[in-house]
Design a protein around this ligand. Structure first.
Ligand code: SAH
Ligand code: SF4
Ligand code: F3S
Length: 440
């Protein structure tokens, strides 16, 4: 017997921007079937897009799957799907299949293009679906997308990662690097600009290795030049840059292309060269600080943000002190800081000298305190300056937007300024945001 036609969907997304972008594709596929977004309790189809980068991310997903069990008990017709980086791992997918029999569709990161047919199988034949592909069939396949933002959009430029940092699961679940062509990327951005989008963020695990797998081997700087020419587009961002692969051409592109924003997310991961080597990062602290110097010289108002892991196996008190010293020396605008989380199948999970959680927590706390102080100090230096802010939405009585350097700004003004770029006089600074008044 066929199920009634589903009318509403709900998508729960964990993890990074790649997943946010993939969820826009899931929404696009469901919207094309005539479905509308709804709250969890109103939905006929629910998708969980998962992250496995750290254990904490996985625990959150398992908690949510428990809630979905209750939903299925209350409404046996609801179709429940799970996809993303967790389920791309065969062992995890098998575990979910066995322990969570209420999940109807279990797929990985590579087979979203078949989503429509999987739904048909569940709805028309009442079959459970478990399918994992080992790689993407074709990076160019363009599925419909229902985007979250009105002015800012994510655009994939390369999928996967070839780096195999010793702690990281991402290459195992996202596959090898695969670049989209400059033409396909530009066409997508032209459509976005015509629809009124003002800003794009070019996404890749390592944008600086863009193009190496394409026949003409266009590099990332040439891609920036190529998309810079799109009319109507105001801002171009990108993430993530790998410190080993940032080259002079990228520094030049940042300095000379006005639409390219003054922000680089450059994960340091650790301040000790010994740990960087164990992490298989392929650069030293000296290389990193030199790069930061070059970037700041070329683009004086550039903001540099980072990711740092504390408590990598064998990290001594002295290694950690070097991370703290690097943070004090470099003075990042902000940092995402993490406790090392062993991921099964990665070399670091098998290394000796795993640190106790309490020690990792202590180091994380100390690092966060240092970084928060620095973030506040750097933000305070902006008080009294004028910043150009792209305003995205209303936030209470104020408006919310970002500077080119990606700082969050709350703007006071009497007019509705959503979707415009305005000059703002910064009046107050906090650790995570700025406040200012619109200049006439
Ligand atoms: N491709 C990006 C990062 C992707 S994962 C890059 O190379 O910079 C985002 C961040 O999660 C990483 O930068 C790292 O700091 C953190 N991370 C990855 N694996 C981790 C692990 N096993 N434990 C703790 N943090 C981890
Ligand atoms: Fe993970 Fe390293 Fe690849 Fe980033 S570059 S996704 S940290 S393996
Ligand atoms: Fe998580 Fe996958 Fe992104 S593991 S961080 S969602 S690439």
């Amino acid at each position: 017997m066929k199920q009634p036609k589903p009318l509403h969907y709900h998508i729960k997304t964990y993890g990074c921007q790649m997943n946010e972008r993939d969820s826009e594709t899931i929404a696009g596929v469901l919207a094309k079937r005539g479905m509308k977004p709804a709250s969890l309790s109103q939905a006929d189809v629910v998708f969980v897009n998962t992250c496995t980068v750290r254990d904490k991310a996985e625990q959150k997903v398992f908690g949510f799957l428990g809630r979905l069990r209750e939903l299925k008990e209350a409404n046996p017709n609801v179709v429940l799907g799970i996809c993303g980086c967790m389920t791309q791992q065969e062992a995890v997918a098998a575990k979910i299949k066995a322990r969570f029999p209420h999940m109807d569709i279990i797929i990985g990161t590579h087979n979203l293009e078949q989503l429509d047919s999987y739904l048909d199988r569940v709805l028309n034949k009442r079959q459970r679906v478990l399918e994992l592909w080992q790689q993407r069939s074709d990076a160019e396949i363009q599925l419909p997308a229902r985007r979250v933002g009105k002015y800012k959009a994510f655009v994939n430029i390369n999928y996967g990662c070839n780096n195999f940092c010793s702690y990281c699961i991402v290459p195992h679940v996202r596959g090898r690097e695969k670049s989209r062509t400059p033409q396909a990327i530009r066409e997508e951005i032209e459509v976005l600009a015509a629809e009124g989008y003002l800003e794009v963020t070019l996404l890749g695990q390592n944008v600086n290795s863009y193009g190496k797998d394409l026949p003409q081997q266009p590099d990332f700087a040439s891609l920036l030049n190529h998309v810079h020419a799109v009319d109507g587009l105001e801002r171009i961002r990108f993430m993530t840059s790998h410190p080993r692969d940032v080259n002079q051409r990228l520094v030049e592109a940042l300095a000379t292309l006005p639409k390219v924003c003054s922000h680089v997310h450059l994960p340091l991961q650790a301040g000790s060269n010994r740990i960087l080597e164990l992490m298989n990062r392929g650069y030293t602290r000296e290389h990193f600080t030199n790069l930061v110097e070059q970037l700041r010289k070329a683009v004086p108002d550039i903001a540099i943000t980072t990711d740092i892991i504390v408590g990598f196996p064998g990290e001594t008190e002295d290694d950690f002190a070097q991370t703290l010293a690097a943070v004090e020396e470099i003075r990042f605008d902000s940092a995402f800081t993490f406790m090392f989380s062993p991921r099964s199948g990665t070399p670091a999970a098998r290394m000796d000298d795993q640190l106790p959680v309490a020690e990792k927590r202590r180091r994380l706390q100390q690092l966060m305190e240092a970084q928060n102080r620095i973030s506040l100090e750097l933000n305070q230096q902006l008080v009294g300056t004028t910043q150009r802010v792209l305003v995205e939405e209303k936030a209470g009585k104020l408006f919310k937007g970002r500077t080119s350097s990606n700082k969050l700004v709350f703007v006071e003004t009497d007019q509705d300024i959503t979707g415009s770029t305005v000059r703002v006089n910064i009046t107050e600074a906090g650790t995570w945001n700025l406040t200012g008044r619109r200049e006439e």
